[in-house]
Design a protein around this ligand. Structure first.
Ligand SMILES: Cc1cc2nc3c(=O)[nH]c(=O)nc-3n(C[C@H](O)[C@H](O)[C@H](O)COP(=O)(O)OP(=O)(O)OC[C@H]3O[C@@H](n4cnc5c(N)ncnc54)[C@H](O)[C@@H]3O)c2cc1C
Length: 460
């Protein structure tokens, strides 16, 4: 079977790997061609190895509560390279009105899972705490989907939205909480409301199991790879045994002619997997299926800028003991979040160094992507000075721009995706995968690549 993979990010590479695996298991011949416009594979993955530093410009870790990444890493024989987050200082701070405040112990994104640390902490005002605890009494609202803002205001009140849900959840998706779909991003909270009548009740029941995580953010479930996340990409490339790797060669068109999939008017295949951002997929299938093309075009993507700063530990003042800080949109800063990367993974730098990963831009601050480097650095320095109360000077700076890389999961997202999957299911030998389908996280992307491979084999 001659198969084309269109897009060499983690989703496309996972599809390639699982196709190869199925061809070996089932004993069918497979000739794989992968098209990628960039000079290297990996999409948004980008590990820099620099004088003893492992600098992640793209993703830095993955969660294991969704099994697909860990499963794949074990299959690839990378188990010995796994590193877990440090057990020290598993805590997140929120920058609120000029101060860094730790989230109350056991606070899980939107709600407390432990009562006493929540009551004791001065993170929320007394009024805010009372309103949050009232959640236990709020009746369920039967809705198919709802925005993060509407859900949190309805169940927990405004303070919980501004101080916790917006920076913690909106920040992950670099999104606007007014638009972000809870069903597509955090369906567990809708489920808790439905099944337990209250999110707090459900979380408290769960927390009786005990956890090593101070903040409730499940840090113990996050892992990375010793030599950086890009080592997953190189191993996938190796094990997929791609017959023809077409780097610097993007696909502009995919059509079906005489039961063959034709790429760029020239090359024919028995099957094809589209693993590109949906706005690219829309262009690729324009002639094949205008309705599918239109549906692909309906998603918005936000841009962001990642700045890695390297400091001499001895010269860094006022480092709070934690894994990172998030900044609520209400604080009107360009900085969205900042991760104390070497607190999470100390082995990523020399013992006397500290790496901080700063995120700027996103849906609420779209212009940052077009700023010059000098502007990014000067704004960031000013804002970090405000946050830490000290003028820390980095000795190295790495800036990476991610243009239209973060899909926005707006209310109604799941139904839109189901429509697309329905159309694609009608095409034999065509599959799709990527971070817009199951979720943006690495495990979700791997799962979507695996499912795409399974469809191609079922269709054959
Ligand atoms: C800065 C950042 C940090 C992140 N951090 C984390 C994290 O720590 N943990 C986590 O789980 N997730 C994280 N994510 C999310 C996760 O990394 C991504 O959702 C995931 O890697 C996307 O993979 P993908 O293959 O679906 O898409 P992409 O990586 O975007 O790959 C798509 C590929 O398609 C190619 N392409 C484009 N046009 C064409 C064309 N015409 N023809 C052929 N190919 C084309 C692109 O060049 C690209 O290589 C992060 C994302 C970003 C942007």
């Amino acid at each position: 079977m001659k198969t084309a993979i269109i897009g060499g990010g983690i989703s496309g590479l996972s599809a390639a790997y699982y196709l190869r695996k199925l061809s070996v298991e089932k004993g069918f011949p497979l000739e794989l061609t992968l098209y990628e416009p960039e000079a290297s594979l990996g999409g948004v993955f980008d590990t820099l190895n620099n004088e003893g530093l492992v600098v992640e410009q793209g993703p830095d870790s993955f969660i294991t509560t969704k099994p697909w990444a860990l499963e794949l890493i074990k299959e690839l024989g990378l188990e010995n390279s796994l590193i877990n987050t440090s057990e020290k200082n598993r805590r997140t701070f929120v920058y609120l009105e000029g101060k860094l405040k730790p989230l109350p112990e056991g606070f899980f994104m939107i709600a407390p899972s432990k009562l006493w640390p929540f009551l004791k902490s001065d993170f929320f005002s007394w009024k805010g705490k009372l309103r949050i605890l009232l959640e236990i009494l709020i009746p369920e609202k039967k809705v198919e989907d709802e925005s993060l803002e509407s859900f949190i205001k309805r169940r927990f009140g405004k303070e919980a939205l501004y101080k916790a849900a917006e920076p913690l959840i909106g920040g992950i998706y670099t999104s606007d909480s007014k638009e972000l779909s809870l069903r597509a991003t955090m369906p567990q909270f809708l489920r808790m409301e439905k099944e337990s009548g209250s999110v707090i009740r459900a979380l408290m029941k769960k927390s009786f199991g005990g956890s090593k995580d101070k903040s409730g953010a499940r840090y113990s479930k996050f892992f990375s790879l010793k030599n950086g996340m890009s080592s997953l990409i190189s191993e996938l490339e190796k094990k997929s045994q791609i017959d023809s790797l077409e780097l610097r060669n993007g696909v502009s068109e995919l059509i079906l002619f005489d039961s063959k999939w034709i790429i760029n008017k020239k090359y024919d295949f028995d099957s094809a997997v589209i693993a590109t951002p949906s706005y690219v997929s829309s262009d690729i299938v324009k002639r094949l299926d205008p309705q599918l093309s239109l549906k692909f075009s309906e998603f918005e993507y936000a841009s962001s800028v990642v700045v890695n700063l390297v400091f001499d530990k001895s010269e860094f003042n006022n480092n709070p003991e934690g894994f990172g800080i998030v900044i609520p949109p209400k604080e009107n800063m360009n900085l969205i979040a900042c991760s104390f990367y070497t607190e999470k993974f100390p082995q990523r730098a020399n013992a006397d160094e500290l790496i901080m990963r700063c995120f700027m831009g996103g849906k609420l601050n779209p212009d940052v992507i077009d700023w010059k480097d000098e502007n990014i650095i000067s704004t960031l320095s000013l804002e970090l000075k405000k946050v830490f109360g000290a003028d820390n000077k980095p000795k190295k700076v790495f800036i990476k721009r991610y243009k239209r890389s973060m899909p926005q999961f707006k209310v109604g997202h799941v139904n839109k995706i189901n429509d697309i999957l329905e159309i694609v299911s009608g095409y034999k030998g065509l599959a799709i995968c990527g971070n817009i389908y199951n979720g943006v996280g690495i495990p979700d992307c791997i799962r979507s690549g695996k499912e795409a491979a399974e469809k191609i084999v079922q269709d054959a």
